[in-house]
Design a protein around this ligand. Structure first.
Ligand code: PLP
Length: 467
């Protein structure tokens, strides 16, 4: 159990990082914090000390505690957009295919060097090589079981339990990445023609799946800082049945938003009331720069949350290992996995399980999170110094991308084409809605090392935006 003072400190930190408490704003008094949280004076004082130590607040003697000025809370936040909620089929532009062909989904200059491999990645390679050498006759002549390797599922379950998310190894099914997991989840709980709610803006991969599976979509407004707008979803549900809702509570792409705990609880309660499946995309759940983050699964008493994730963002996009905990649809998901791929590679699973067991995975994630946070700070510095001041953007507290709103009438597709001539690839906003909304938005990633070439490319974009 997290100590009481840390719980209070985390809840105040959440308000600061979400922009609900602004730079320079005075915190409530010790007395009112004691009353509103039902805790003792010592607990409040320890929480305030913790916040001060972490640089979130400063004490002004005899006046009170104030939120500090950080890059995170000085930026101008993009507007929340309320999409048209009439139902429609999905049909997407070819731009995503183009971006993937250029291998530029999360990089502005894909040919530029990536972050150098760490010693952790070298030990992952060792574990994989060893796994490929072991048990060769058996592994090459037998398919793996539908659920996937138990040793790997146990390691994944352990990671969740360390986040206080109760997922047992028996509830997991190994997939070929998170995209595959999302597909199995949608196929398990929907039929063609059913309606699925998604955040707006949303991950283009979900839209591709809805198009392919002939599902209808209703886009629900998502705040760039606090994610899926549960009040908006609730008003849509009064007139519209939905079969499932795909949500990314932790550092959603493209915005980097983080849903407050209260909204998570309300979302699960809505799913219970209106009887729909909640498909939680938790691919960024381990990329948090301050506190461990929870999951919708933590509030799921009816087993209607399906969680899908993978190692693509924290370790490797190449080994194509993901997983689903399918709640009440688990058996169906395992059958669908069998249908779609028969089995996953047992050697890759065994190598990854060994790497996790040795502690390499945990160390690699801790290291990567520090790197990502530094890269984010460099990106924000470049934007602040070299881009026009009338743009708005998010500064997330985790994940790998931020969301930029450009002043109208700048069209990010025109910018995309103009920058291609300079071998720079940006991800235009229209990819994040099936209605081609967000024509004046961009997603920028800080996943890669900010080399001089990448910084120079960002300055070129800033110059173009200024003309
Ligand atoms: C939110 C989100 N979900 C799922 C995926 C797909 O992940 P994977 O590579 O594991 O299939 C991505 C990849 O960009 C993503 O951003």
């Amino acid at each position: 159990m997290t100590k009481l003072y840390l719980q209070l400190s985390h809840s105040i930190q959440e308000k600061i990082t979400l922009g609900l408490l602004k730079s320079g704003e005075r915190l409530a008094s010790i007395r009112s914090l004691m009353d509103s949280h039902g805790v003792a004076k010592n607990t409040v004082i320890s929480a305030l000390n913790d916040l001060e130590m972490k640089g979130f607040i400063v004490a002004k003697p005899k006046v009170g505690y104030f939120v500090t000025q950080t890059k995170q809370n000085m930026q101008r936040v993009p507007e929340q957009h309320f999409p048209d909620t009439t139902l429609s089929k999905v049909s997407l532009s070819d731009v995503f295919y183009d971006v993937m062909t250029k291998q530029a989904a999360f990089d502005i200059i894909p040919n530029e060097q990536s972050t150098p491999p760490t010693s952790h990645l070298a030990s992952l390679n060792k574990c994989l090589r060893r796994a490929f050498r072991e048990e060769i006759p058996f592994r090459t002549s037998h398919y793996d079981t539908p659920k996937g390797l138990r040793l790997l599922r146990e390691q994944i379950s352990l990671r969740y339990r360390q986040r206080n998310i109760p997922i047992d190894a028996s509830e997991l099914c190994i997939t070929s990445g998170c995209q595959h997991g999302l597909m199995l989840a949608l196929m398990a709980c929907c039929e063609p023609g059913d309606v699925v709610a998604v955040e707006s803006p949303t991950f283009y991969g979900s839209l591709l799946l809805l198009e392919q599976l002939k599902l209808k979509v209703v886009e629900i407004s998502s705040h760039p800082l606090t994610g899926l707008d549960v009040t908006h979803l609730s008003s849509v549900l009064k007139n519209q049945n939905i079969k499932a809702c795909i949500a990314t509570p932790n550092f959603a792409t493209p915005t980097g938003s983080l849903m407050p705990e209260e909204s998570r609880k309300s979302l699960v309660m809505l799913a219970n009331k209106y009887d729909f499946a909640l498909i939680e995309d938790d691919i960024y759940g381990e990329i948090s720069f301050s506190n461990t983050v929870s999951s919708l699964k933590s509030y799921d008493v009816q087993n209607r949350v399906i969680i899908s994730s993978s190692v693509s963002k924290v370790l490797s996009k190449d080994i194509r290992i993901g997983w689903v905990a399918g709640g009440k649809w688990q058996k169906k998901i395992e059958h669908l996995k069998l249908t779609s791929m028969l089995a996953a590679s047992r050697s890759v699973q065994a190598g990854l399980a060994q790497f996790m067991h040795q502690g390499g995975y945990r160390k690699h994630i801790n290291y990567t999170n520090l790197q990502l946070n530094n890269q984010l700070q460099t990106l924000v510095d470049v934007i602040q110094q070299h881009w026009p001041t009338n743009i708005k953007y998010t500064v997330p507290n985790g994940g790998i991308a931020l969301w930029v709103e450009l002043p109208k009438p700048i069209d990010s597709m025109a910018l995309y084409h103009a920058l291609l001539n300079k071998h720079i690839v940006v991800t235009p906003g229209i990819l994040f809605s099936h209605r081609n909304s967000y024509s004046n938005y961009l997603r920028l990633s800080f996943q890669h090392k900010m080399t001089p070439k990448r910084v120079a490319a960002l300055k070129v974009i800033g110059k173009m935006l200024a003309t």
